[in-house]
Design a protein around this ligand. Structure first.
Ligand code: MN
Length: 746
């Protein structure tokens, strides 16, 4: 970023400045990592100067100064030579014609991999700045990188850009400063990089709220002398007492940073004159016992303020933060807070990578997932302790902080967080319910993909919708997010409800006719009263209840017109019953003939997973709100544990009145697959076997099988199991037929 190409040659002064800064870099590396090989850093610096030659920053300085300063920040973090070389090269792929391949050839794959990671982050446009979105962007940044050094370079890059922000246009300043506060400072915080975070926040604060910044800066300056004097006296008193009690401890005191004062003012609605709230005193001890000793000691010197004592040692914060906090009253009625912790606790709080984990003051308690993440963080802290070189682990660390989430984008750059393995349908429902309901297709990274495609981190997803399109039950088999699942189910349920209302109305009409009770005389008030009696809101709910089989039409009729069903006998059983209505609505012609024992008027339907036919052993399963699904006893879904045994119900095939006239009997579509020789006349012979039996063929589909084998699928109308077996045996007798199978699913 911030590049401008000019033709002017670098001045001597520029060259001098670069050379001096590079010497500082080398000296810093030598000091912090004496055993590191400096040659790769030298090589990277030469490469950087060569390829950024002639480019200037907005400040007018040579561009190469930027990667050099970034490398210096990394060296101060005590990072390794690989990271520093990558830092020197971090803008080479983005801002010069250099390719990732060249970096890899010259500096090795590791450096190239890190530079690629930085370039990838650079290319993302973060669109939205609302709070939740910021959290998502931070998570996504961490999820996208496979090497933590990528994030550290990105932070160093941002730090230097913030330090030199004054040279940019005001709008750019605002945007970059805002992003720094929203994304990068919290990221540094999460990685435990307290120093980087503080500097980013204070730099950004100036640009985001110049007035607030100036106000606080002035107030702090005005009170600085008084505050420091007060702190020095506290320090002296405390030192005396520590020596007296032979406690080894160091005292750390300072005036808080401007941005943290600002946050405190915003949060607690106090004014900046309450200078003692701006002071921070910390006592760092050698042992945990000493923490409590110092705690008691302080309370013997100054009076503690009730309610302000917190023991985060016995009860660490979710982010592993440990300390004792107390607020005491000093001479003159001044209150100040003291934090007491061991050196180890201090390191975790200030420097430990990711020690500050997703903790928000007063935030919600940690979830099980967060607990898992914390376990990971603990492990890192452990590693860090065990290593002779505290930065060694950075080089090998692979980040997979959010293994259960995937981060995707809208074409406009909004981040959409979904459960791992989510699909475009999940994405569509995450955008809006209507987008989900009407989605017909999707483009991922500009390419059309099937709706069940699994999305990956960084995918840009565009949903194609069509008015009037409706969700498919199939989607439930591949969506991952509970939102999509619920929305699809809800839609299906609503849709079924409409049908249930329709069925309920028909059943009620029929029952009324059966008992010669005209419904036209029943007024709205009666309907409403009957509905209320059932504990329902209105008559429509009641009709739906009839349709879903929750109560019988006869019962309802009797409530609407009391006595109507008892005074007049119902007509003989030959009258078509409820199942006819059910059949008409749910199944198509000729597929009823199911009765449910003792439940004459429940919705009954053949389960689509096994499509049982007459003659097969069947079992009913009471579904929620859809009546009774009838499965073949052999159906795997029935065997499945998911089917609660107490919802099974006995069912049997209804008797057939006119068994003697086969062509009048109900039939069921059944799919048969035939594996056979791929030879001429094969299909004709098989078709003849079926037709000669007087059986209707609904559909035929042929597919080439493996080698000389063909696969033929027939959908035939079978009356019952005996009929089907006869047909299958007939097919088996056709020369060249190898195998005949019935498919349970149509
Ligand atoms: Mn840069």
């Amino acid at each position: 970023m911030v590049t401008a190409h000019t033709a002017t040659a670098s001045s001597d002064a520029d060259n001098q400045h670069l050379a001096e800064t590079f010497q500082v870099l080398l000296a810093t590396v030598r000091r912090n990592r004496p055993s590191d090989d400096l040659s790769i850093i030298q090589q990277a610096y030469d490469f950087c100067r060569e390829h950024h030659a002639g480019q200037k920053r907005a400040s007018g300085e040579p561009f190469a100064l930027h990667p050099l300063e970034v490398a210096l920040v990394l060296a101060e973090m005590k990072l390794d030579a690989t990271a520093i070389a990558a830092g020197l090269l971090h803008d080479a792929v983005e801002d010069t014609p250099v390719t990732s391949r060249e970096i890899s050839d010259t500096f090795g794959e590791q450096v190239a991999h890190i530079v690629d990671g930085v370039t990838k982050i650079e290319k993302i446009q973060f669109a939205n700045r609302e709070d939740r979105q910021a959290e998502n962007v931070r998570k996504m940044l961490l999820a996208m990188v496979s090497d933590v050094r990528v994030v550290l370079i990105k932070l160093a890059d941002r730090l230097h850009n913030m330090r030199t922000l004054e040279h940019l246009q005001p709008e750019r300043q605002q945007a970059i400063a805002r992003e720094t506060l929203d994304i990068y400072a919290p990221l540094a915080h999460r990685l435990g990089m307290g120093k980087v975070r503080s500097e980013l926040e204070d730099l950004a604060f100036r640009y985001v709220d110049p007035y607030g910044y100036e106000q606080i800066r002035t107030a702090v300056e005005a009170n600085r002398q008084q505050g420091e004097q007060f702190l020095r006296s506290i320090d002296a008193t405390l030192k005396e007492h520590l020596a007296e009690h032979n406690i080894q401890a160091r005292i750390d005191w300072r005036i808080k940073r401007l941005y943290s004062i600002y946050q405190k003012l915003q949060h607690q609605r106090i004014t900046v004159d309450q200078v003692y709230d701006l002071l921070a005193v910390r006592v760092i001890t050698q042992t945990v016992q000493d923490c409590y000793a110092v705690f008691g000691l302080i309370h013997s010197i100054w009076r503690p303020i009730p309610g302000r004592i917190k023991d985060f040692i016995a009860m660490p914060r979710p982010n592993l933060y440990q300390s004792l906090h107390t607020t005491v009253m000093a001479e003159g009625g001044h209150q100040f807070e003291v934090q007491i912790r061991t050196e180890d606790m201090h390191r975790v709080a200030e420097e430990g990578i990711a020690a500050h984990w997703k903790y928000k003051a007063g935030g919600s308690p940690v979830s099980a997932k967060d607990e898992q993440r914390l376990a990971w963080v603990r492990q890192i802290v452990e590693w860090q302790r065990d290593m002779t070189d505290p930065n060694e682990f950075l080089s090998t660390l692979k980040i997979d902080l959010y293994p259960e989430e995937v981060y995707t984008f809208t074409p406009k750059g909004k981040v959409v967080v979904l459960p791992k393995e989510s699909t475009p349908v999940d994405f569509a429902y995450a955008i809006h319910t209507e987008v989900g309901n009407t989605c017909t297709g999707a483009k991922v990274n500009g390419r059309m993909v099937p709706l069940k495609t699994r999305l990956r981190n960084g995918d840009i997803v565009e949903i194609i919708t069509q008015n009037g399109h409706t969700p498919s039950r199939d989607w439930l088999t591949f969506v991952r997010s509970s939102r999509a699942r619920n929305k699809i189910k809800h839609w299906l349920h609503e849709h079924q409800r409409e049908r249930a209302i329709e069925i309920g109305r028909k059943l009620l009409d029929r029952e009324a006719r059966k008992f010669k009770t005209p419904l036209s005389q029943v007024g709205e008030a009666e309907y409403q009263k009957a509905a209320t009696d059932y504990g329902l809101a209105d008559a429509v709910d009641m009709l739906a209840g009839i349709g879903f089989g929750k109560f019988s039409a006869r019962q309802v009729l009797n409530r609407l017109v009391p006595g109507s069903t008892s005074t007049q006998p119902p007509e003989p059983e030959t009258t078509p019953g409820m199942s006819d209505t059910v059949r008409r609505v749910y199944f198509g012609k000729g597929s009823d003939s199911l009765t449910v024992e003792g439940q004459n008027d429940l919705l009954v339907y053949r389960a689509r997973c096994c499509n049982p036919i007459r003659g097969e052993e069947i079992i009913g399963y009471v579904t929620r709100g859809k009546g009774v699904a009838v499965h073949a006893r052999s159906c795997p879904n029935v065997q499945n544990l998911l089917y609660e045994s107490d919802r099974r119900i006995a069912v049997e095939w209804a008797s057939m009145q006119d068994d003697s006239k086969p062509d009048q009997r109900s039939t069921y579509p059944v799919k048969i697959t035939v594996f056979c020789d791929d030879r001429a006349g094969m299909l004709r012979e098989m078709t003849a076997v079926i037709s000669d039996d007087g059986t209707n063929i609904r559909a035929v589909d042929t597919k080439a099988g493996t080698g000389a084998e063909a696969v033929v699928e027939f959908v035939v109308d079978a009356a019952d199991l005996g009929h089907l077996i006869r047909l299958m045996n007939g097919l088996r007798r056709v020369p060249g037929v190898r195998e005949v199978q019935r498919q349970q699913k149509l």
